[in-house]
Design a protein around this ligand. Structure first.
Ligand SMILES: [Ca+2]
Length: 208
């Protein structure tokens, strides 16, 4: 859609310029840059505004499953409940959780190979560059995402259209940037307080 609008606008700009007998391509470029910036800032605003909205109340009990030593996750696999990225951020908050925020390779591998993940489908995680193109932040911390392992060819948002990160179905659940308004599955994460000795015992039993 944006492509069609861009072509129409560019066509109009060219037509106006040629009609005036002035083929000043620099002027066309400046005007197009301003237009592109406007499109981009509007998209940032849409995501930011949606992040301020509360998710509709959830009455259904959600089961978080422990994966690893001290993290638990809920994988939404109901196609009726697919959400945009900001909707998924708000929904996880309502569960006293946040979108999955992999801190290192081990956590990423646990997430993508978990039993509950569906091969067909993509899952939102908490990373995006919707605030500043090319700067991928963790929505949970507001800081640069501590661990990113892009799939082949990603990130590909040269048109600034893809600002939110998903574990992509059909691509081994590697990380890819995608349009934040796409409806996807998502993974909510909780960090329950686990007593030290319980964690130590779990670690020993998993090790041996
Ligand atoms: Ca981007």
């Amino acid at each position: 859609m944006n492509f069609i609008i861009a072509v129409l606008v560019l066509g109009t700009l060219c037509q106006n310029t040629l009609a005036g007998g002035n083929s000043d391509l620099d002027d066309i470029k400046r005007r197009f840059d301003r237009l592109e910036d406007r499109f981009y800032s509007e998209r940032v605003n849409i995501v930011s505004k949606m992040l301020l909205q509360d998710a509709p109340p959830e009455t259904e009990e959600k089961t978080f499953k422990n994966i690893g030593l001290s993290k638990s996750y809920f994988y939404e696999n109901d196609k009726e409940k697919m959400k945009t990225w900001p909707e998924a951020v708000n929904y996880c908050k309502q569960l006293d959780a946040h979108l999955a925020s992999p801190q290192n390779e081990a956590e990423f591998l646990r997430l993508k190979y978990a039993d509950g993940i569906e091969n067909c489908c993509s899952y939102w995680i908490d990373i995006s560059d919707h605030v500043s193109e090319g700067t991928f932040l963790s929505q949970t911390s507001g800081l640069p995402a501590p661990y990113i392992d892009w799939g082949w060819g990603a990130p590909s948002s040269s048109t600034r259209d893809e600002d939110c990160v998903q574990l992509r179905g059909g691509y081994g659940h590697d990380m890819y940037d995608a349009n934040c308004m796409d409806k996807n599955f998502y993974i909510c994460e909780k960090n329950p307080e686990v007593p030290f000795f319980k964690r130590l015992w779990k670690w020993i039993t998993e090790l041996f």
